[in-house]
Structure formats: C-alpha cells, structure tokens
Write a protein that binds this ligand. Structure first.
Ligand code: SF4
Length: 82
C-alpha cells in the first residue's frame, strides 16, 4: 500500500511534467523509483528512495526548473498586460 501524504502537504502535478513512471528499484525491489520526463529541460529525472516524493507530483515550487520557467512565463504575461 502506498504511503499517504501528510495532511498538511499539498500535492499537485507540475504543469511541465510530460509523463511520470513508477517502478521498483534497489535490492529486492525495496525502493521506489520515479522517472519523470520534464518539458523544461527535456530530460528524464529520477527520484529513488523508500518513499520518494518528486517535486513533479508534490511541490513543484521546490524545483529550480519549475521556478525558472514559471518566472519566464510570468514575465511574458506581465509584458502583455502592461
Ligand atoms: S517539477 Fe521540475 S523537474 Fe519536475 S516536471 Fe516540473 S519543472 Fe520538470
């Protein structure tokens, strides 16, 4: 059974996430690995651990790629509305 997120943590999907796969990893498959295809840098990011919570499906604000891209979009919108 998957661990449930803590009640005070808001989980949401990053708008730049193209696809995310979940698989077993490590000795005896005791770990979990997420493989996230990111639209920003066009790379696959891996998150492995007992109960990993990738920013891509957790808190995108903690990801520097997200913050950078989001800042660029905000700036673009601001220029249109000024
Ligand atoms: S959280 Fe970061 S790495 Fe994950 S999809 Fe979003 S921008 Fe890419």
């Amino acid at each position: 059974m998957e661990p449930r997120p803590a009640a005070n943590v808001r989980h949401r999907r990053c708008p730049y996430l193209e696809q995310i796969l979940k698989e077993r990893a490590g000795p005896f498959g005791m770990l979990t690995r997420y493989k996230a295809d990111c639209h920003v840098d066009r790379r696959t990011h891996r998150f492995t651990g007992r109960h990993p919570v990738p920013p891509c499906i957790g808190e995108p604000e903690t990801c520097s790629l997200y913050r950078g891209e989001h800042g660029v979009e905000d700036e673009r919108i601001r220029r249109y509305t000024d």
